[in-house]
Write a protein that binds this ligand. Structure first.
Ligand code: DHB
Ligand code: MG
Length: 576
């Protein structure tokens, strides 16, 4: 595989923390970001040794700013600064410096001058066996496109001067990057990769705060990377992501997330096997929550059909919906199982994408379910057919209920700093695609939700996060997870949390006659939602009815649902 590299600016912590995290995640190299070096109390020699001890190399030093097209009187200072950085690079043991296009107000709009000055700097670098990778910043004063930076590199015509192509700067301006493939590969000195959501905002702010790892955003990273590799470029794929959340997240996790993005981008993965649906969802239950969850399941028409042979795990069933209650775990969705055409291949793909394999905890006599752990701690099992049911002894109860047909989707709440990581994980490991996304103001802060699904929508997951780290005012417990159950008759569902009359008045004003359930519609059909109270402040059941091929998840109703659940909890706490 192509070498992988990560800029220290992507990660959080001291330079030492960042280097360790990059090495632990399996990167080959790093880009040392100047600010991170300046802030470090280690000497360049210490850093060089540390990098080598960790099995890394420093493939780039960056950035060098405001070099080209300087007014000639200022160029002497540029040259002095540049020589000092070459000395520093020699001490660090790296040979490539990134020069980004000038932004200084006094920069001259003169390509010939820019080329002359860069040629001069390239001569100085070449004397030391070093080279310059010139990058067009999307907000550069006069040079802001890759075409323009290439024109200057071509004009300067020096073997120690080449291009740095940064996906963000290119794709922020254009989707027509195809001509990059025609560049001579030996003039592309460095490739930086960053994705981003599509945001209509100032490009510098967009770049400095919202970059993401490849396949986490909406830019065409796959196509762009293919175009650059088609030139014959043989350097590393290097991640350079400025992101407010990653800057304060655990660097070890971020580094694994980062490397997963490069693995997912390199298309030589085990193909994701077809998934046939959610075989079961497993809830942890505690003495305080088990009876409540059992009561809700009964009310919803489930039967306790099986008891695990060796563990305190109950199987509850109705239609094709199967829920395990595991008395050995904290109250939460602790696992779910997916029907896979090839469970072994599903697990292989997951481990290629750095998913933690789950140690085999089942006894010999029990079904050998292949499983991995997702970044949010949820265990994901892959199974084929009903063999797993052999672990359960029948209780004699039969699942005669007709209210619920199947599990519609699982709502996996994520901590605020895991959203992009979780989305990339589930999407890439399971070979699923993004579905509806939404952002809404909930009672305790802005929430963001993304649903992902397989082709035939037999597996749907919705991931939700608070947009910001929660303050002290919000309830201390993270927002709950949920299992959403599909019914064909929502009017038969009873004893769910009351929905405020104001909500139905609003529906009526919109011409919708509905008096019992939350309501949504899309171009295909309509949706009705009811829900239980939150149990143990961690999980609840939702029941939905889809009419006429509605495809969404009713995200817009989430604030009403949250407020209603909160109201219900306060009312029952005060005995009301
Ligand atoms: O935001 C910046 O200034 C900046 C600096 C160096 C880079 O390589 C880059 O892509 C952006
Ligand atoms: Mg860059």
């Amino acid at each position: 595989m192509t070498r992988t590299s990560i800029a220290t600016v992507c990660l959080s912590g001291t330079l030492e923390d960042r280097l360790e995290a990059a090495a632990a995640a399996g990167f080959d190299a790093v880009e040392i970001f100047e600010n991170d070096l300046i802030a470090s109390s280690d000497s360049p020699e210490d850093i060089r040794r540390r990098v080598a001890d960790l099995g890394l190399t420093i493939d780039l030093y960056q950035p060098f700013r405001d070099a080209e097209a300087a007014p000639p009187p200022r160029f002497a200072a540029v040259e002095r600064r540049f020589r000092a950085k070459l000395d520093l690079m020699a001490r660090l043991g790296t040979d490539t410096i990134l020069v980004c296009s000038s932004v200084a107000p006094d920069t001259v709009d003169d390509d010939a001058l820019a080329a002359d000055q860069l040629r001069h700097l390239a001569t100085l670098a070449a004397e030391r066996g070093m080279r310059i990778a010139y990058e067009a910043l999307a907000w550069g004063r006069h040079v802001s496109t890759w075409e323009h930076s290439w024109e200057i590199v071509r004009r300067a015509d020096h073997p120690a001067l080449g291009l740095c192509l940064d996906s963000f700067h290119v794709l922020a301006h254009t989707e027509a990057y195809g001509e990059i493939a025609a560049l001579p590969g030996d003039r592309v000195f460095f490739l930086q990769l960053a994705d981003a959501p599509r945001l209509d905002m100032d490009v510098l702010q967009w770049s400095r705060h919202h970059r993401l790892f490849p396949l986490q955003g909406r830019l065409d990273l796959a196509g762009f990377t293919r175009a650059v590799l088609a030139t014959g470029y043989a350097g590393p794929l290097s991640l350079e992501v400025f992101n407010d959340v990653f800057r304060q997240a655990d660097p070890h996790r971020t580094a694994v997330d980062a490397r997963r993005s490069l693995i997912a981008l390199a298309a030589d993965l085990t193909p994701a096997p077809h998934l046939g649906g959610i075989a079961f969802a497993e809830l942890g239950v505690e003495p305080g929550t088990g009876p409540q969850l059992e009561a809700h399941l009964r009310t919803l028409g489930f039967a306790h059909t099986g008891q695990h042979r060796s563990k305190p795990v109950q199987l509850w069933e109705q239609g094709r919906a199967r829920i395990l209650l595991n008395a050995g775990a904290p109250t939460a969705i602790r696992a779910f199982a997916l029907e896979s055409d090839d469970p072994t291949a599903s697990a292989r793909r997951a481990s290629e994408l750095l998913a933690q394999p789950l140690p085999r905890r089942r006894r010999e006599s029990e079904a050998d379910l292949t499983a991995v752990t997702a970044p949010d701690g949820t265990e994901v099992f892959f199974c084929k057919g009903p063999a797993w049911r052999g672990d359960f002894l029948p209780t004699g109860e039969n699942a005669a209920g007709r209210l619920i047909k199947e599990i519609d989707h699982l709502g996996l709440a994520q901590p605020f700093d895991r959203y992009d990581e979780a989305a990339l994980f589930y999407r890439s490991v399971l070979g699923m695609t993004d579905d509806e996304a939404g952002e809404f103001a909930a009672p305790f802060g802005l929430m963001r939700t993304l649903a992902i699904r397989n082709e035939d929508r037999s597996v749907r997951l919705s991931l939700s996060v608070p947009l910001l780290r929660r303050g002290d005012w919000a309830p201390a417990v993270p927002h709950p997870q949920h299992i959403t159950l599909l019914t064909s008759d929502i009017t038969a569902i009873e004893h769910t949390v009351p929905i405020p009359a104001n909500y139905f008045d609003d529906l009526a004003a919109r011409g919708v006659r509905e008096t019992t359930a939350l309501y949504d519609e899309d171009g295909h059909g309509s949706y009705r939602q009811l829900f239980t109270p939150v149990v143990g402040r961690r999980v609840f059941f939702e029941v939905v009815q889809r009419v006429g091929g509605y495809r969404g998840y009713g995200f817009a109703n989430d604030p009403v649902r949250m407020a209603a659940q909160r109201h219900e909890r306060m009312a029952s706490a005060s005995g009301g």
